[in-house]
Design a protein around this ligand. Structure first.
Ligand code: FAD
Length: 388
C-alpha cells in the first residue's frame, strides 16, 4: 500500500522509523510494566530536532505543517510504541501552537526554543473534575493582585505533569455569568509549574502507564503578566486554534496503533496452525482483519484531508473531528480483532496486542469524546439543533 506523500515526506517517515527502530516492542512493554517515563526515546526524538517539526524556523523549528507532524506521530505509534510513545512527545508538538499564533515576539523567543530542544517539558491543564467536556464551566481562577495573577483551583488528567516544568493553563479571569458566552472570560497562560504551589497526584489508569496523568491542586500559584498568551478573557479562542491540529495528531496516532495491531494479527494468522492449516486461512479470521484494514485506510484519508486543509489555512473542523472519530473507532476495532486473532496469546502481555487494545481507548475518550464529536457534526455540519 503506497501512501500519497511527497519524496520529502517519505524521507521524513523513514527517518522517524529509523529512530523508532531503536525502541522496539520489548522496550515499550518494559515501560508499560515499570511505568518509567521513556526518557531515552524522547531524547532521541529531541536530538534529531523533531520536537520542532511544526514550529517556526525563526525559533529553531523545521517550519513544516500538521501533515508532516501527523506522519511523524503515526509512525511513532506504529513502531509499537503506541500511545505511550506518542504521548511522551505529543504536547511538545501541538501544545505550543497558541504561542506561535497568539504569543508576542518576546514570548515566542523565550518560550519556543527550549520546547523545541526538549529542555522544557510542558503539560496541558484544561480538563477539570467539575467541568468535564463543558470547558466553559471550569472553576480554576486567575485573579490579578496588582502585580501578578494568582491562580487557585484543580485540574484533572493533566498528562506528563510529573516531569513537566511548564504548564499551558486555562483559567477563569472573569466570572462566567459576566460574559455573553460561557467560554468568554477564560485566559490562557504558559508558565512555570511551580511545585511549591501545585500538588500533583498521579492517577492510576488502564493503559499508557509510562506517561503519567495527574490530578493537580493549585494553591496561590503566581503567574506574571508576561506569561499570559493572547488577550485576557480570550483564552478559549487561543485554545481553539490548537484543537484541530490536536485531533488530527491523535487520529494519526490511533491509525499508527491500529496498524501495529493489524501487523501482529496478520503475522500470527499466517504462522499459527490449528486443524492442520494456518488460522488465517479461515475467512472468520481473514474478513475482520480485511475490514479493519479498509476502515483504517479510509480514516487515514480523512485525517490527512483535514491536515492538508489546515496547512492550506482552510477551515477543517468537520474533517478533523470526523477523522479523529473514524480513526479512533477503526483503530480500536483493529486492536480488538488482533487480540481475538491471537486467541489465548492475545491475552498474554508478551504478545503486545493487549497493551495496544488498552491504549486504543484513549483516542476514543480524549481530547474529546465520540459523543461530543457527533454532537459537533450534527450541529455544525448537518445544521441540526444544538443538543447540549
Ligand atoms: C489518558 C488521558 C490523558 C488525558 N490527558 C489530558 C491532558 O493532558 N490535559 C487535559 O486537560 N485533559 C486530559 N485528559 C482529559 C480528557 O480530555 C477528558 O477525559 C475528555 O475530554 C472527557 O472529559 P471527561 O472525562 O470529563 O468526561 P465527561 O465530560 O464527564 O463526560 C463523560 C461521558 O459523558 C458524555 N457526555 C457528556 N456530555 C454529553 C452530551 N451533552 N452529549 C452526549 N454525551 C455527553 C461524554 O461523551 C462521555 O462519554 C486526558 C484523558 C485521558 C483518559
Amino acid at each position: 500500500m503506497t501512501d500519497m506523500v511527497s519524496n520529502d515526506q517519505g524521507a521524513l517517515d523513514e527517518a522517524i522509523q529509523r529512530i523508532c527502530a531503536q525502541f522496539g516492542d520489548d522496550y515499550w512493554l518494559a515501560r508499560d510494566t515499570d511505568g518509567e517515563f521513556p526518557e531515552q526515546f524522547v531524547a532521541a526524538i529531541a536530538s534529531g530536532g523533531w520536537l520542532g517539526i511544526a514550529m517556526p524556523e525563526a525559533h529553531g523549528g523545521a517550519g513544516l505543517g500538521v501533515t508532516e507532524a501527523a506522519l511523524m506521530m503515526r509512525r511513532i505509534a506504529q513502531s509499537g510504541g503506541g500511545f505511550a510513545a506518542a504521548s511522551s512527545v505529543h504536547i511538545n508538538i501541538f501544545g505550543p501552537q497558541p504561542i506561535v499564533k497568539f504569543g508576542t515576539a518576546e514570548q515566542q523567543a523565550r518560550m519556543l526554543p527550549p520546547l523545541i530542544s526538549g529542555e522544557d517539558r510542558s503539560c496541558f491543564g484544561v480538563t477539570e473534575p467539575n467541568a468535564g467536556l463543558d470547558t466553559g464551566a471550569i472553576e480554576t481562577r486567575a485573579e490579578w493582585n496588582g502585580s501578578d495573577y494568582v491562580v487557585n483551583g484543580q485540574k484533572h488528567w493533566t498528562s506528563v505533569a510529573q516531569r513537566a516544568n511548564k504548564i499551558m493553563l486555562l483559567a477563569r479571569t472573569a466570572p462566567r455569568d459576566a460574559s455573553a458566552k460561557g467560554t468568554d472570560g477564560l485566559s490562557l497562560f504558559y508558565t512555570d509549574l511551580d511545585r511549591a504551589h501545585v500538588e500533583i497526584h498521579e492517577i492510576a489508569k488502564m493503559g499508557r502507564k509510562a506517561v503519567d496523568s495527574n490530578a493537580l491542586f493549585i494553591d496561590d500559584l503566581k503567574v506574571p503578566r508576561e506569561d499570559l498568551i493572547g488577550e485576557e478573557g480570550q483564552g478559549f479562542r487561543c485554545i481553539l486554534h490548537g484543537l484541530n491540529p490536536e485531533r488530527i495528531l491523535i487520529g494519526a496516532e490511533a491509525i499508527g496503533l491500529g496498524r501495529a495491531a493489524l501487523a501482529k494479527a496478520t503475522q500470527y494468522a499466517r504462522e499459527r496452525h490449528v486443524f492442520g492449516r494456518p488460522i488465517g486461512q479461515n475467512q472468520a479470521i481473514q474478513h475482520p482483519l480485511a475490514e479493519a484494514w479498509a476502515e483504517m485506510e479510509a480514516a487515514d484519508l480523512m485525517i490527512f484531508k483535514a491536515a492538508r486543509l489546515y496547512d492550506a489555512g482552510k477551515p477543517c473542523g468537520a474533517e478533523a473531528n470526523a477523522g479523529k472519530y473514524l480513526a479512533a473507532e477503526a483503530a480500536h476495532k483493529a486492536c480488538e480483532r488482533a487480540v481475538l486473532t491471537l486467541g489465548g496469546m492475545g491475552y498474554a502481555r508478551e504478545y503486545h496486542v493487549e497493551r495496544y487494545l488498552r491504549e486504543s481507548y484513549i483516542a476514543r475518550i480524549a481530547p474529546v469524546s465520540r459523543e461530543m464529536i457527533l454532537n459537533f457534526i450534527a450541529e455544525r455540519v448537518l445544521e441540526l439543533p444544538r443538543s447540549y
